[in-house]
Design a protein around this ligand. Structure first.
Ligand code: SF4
Length: 194
């Protein structure tokens, strides 16, 4: 375990090994959880919001650690996040979800530079601009008007329809099928297909 602790960035792993959780910082605890997660050399690692409560420097540090471990062990990482900046810099492929449905899929650069779904466009608008100028991608959700639907009372049509500035009559009547504009890219929106 000490070897793993060293790999996730602890200079004195023996000391950390004998330390109680309450004596560690949030970032240190996060790194220990990551060490535990990779201890069995998993083929797939599901990381659910691993950077959500961290400040900017720590978020970058933890993201870099995941990247290093991915290269080192060849682990596939399913990285669940609400942070466009982390996704844009970390992921190979992005699947955007809205109200329980995947609404757009594509490789990371494609989705960030050329989002197709109106929800993705609203969500990544700021990050996309930063990518285009070559600046470091930053920012969290821009404000999107309205609220997500009640999960117990979902609309029959597109679930983003009440909040969508591009909505058409058909959008409230049925759910849009998956449209594949090019290989490895998909979007569920009537703007692109039936
Ligand atoms: S299907 Fe209609 S409401 Fe839904 S995102 Fe596309 S344009 Fe907007």
């Amino acid at each position: 375990m000490c070897e793993l602790l060293h790999e996730v960035g602890f200079d004195q792993p023996e000391t950390i090994y004998d330390t109680y959780p309450h004596q560690l910082s949030g970032g240190q605890r996060q790194r220990i959880v990551i060490a535990q997660a990779v201890a069995c050399r998993p083929a797939l690692l599901i990381a659910d919001e691993p950077t959500s409560k961290l400040d900017d420097p720590l978020r970058s540090e933890i993201s870099a650690l995941f990247l290093k471990l991915r290269q080192q062990y060849g682990t596939t990482i399913l990285f669940i996040s609400h942070d466009p900046a982390v996704l844009a810099t970390f992921a190979d492929r992005i699947a955007l979800m809205y109200a329980g449905n995947i609404v757009e899929v594509g490789n990371s650069a494609e989705v960030c530079m050329r989002p197709l779904h109106p929800y993705t466009q609203a969500l990544l608008g700021l990050a996309r601009f930063s990518l285009a100028t070559g600046a470091i991608v930053k920012g969290r959700f821009p404000k999107i008007q309205g609220a997500p639907p009640d999960p117990a009372n979902l609309p029959v049509g597109c679930r983003f329809e009440p909040r969508c500035s591009d909505r058409m009559q058909v959008c409230a009547l049925r759910y849009p099928a998956e449209f594949v504009p090019e290989p490895a890219r998909s979007v569920n929106c009537f703007k692109y297909g039936e």
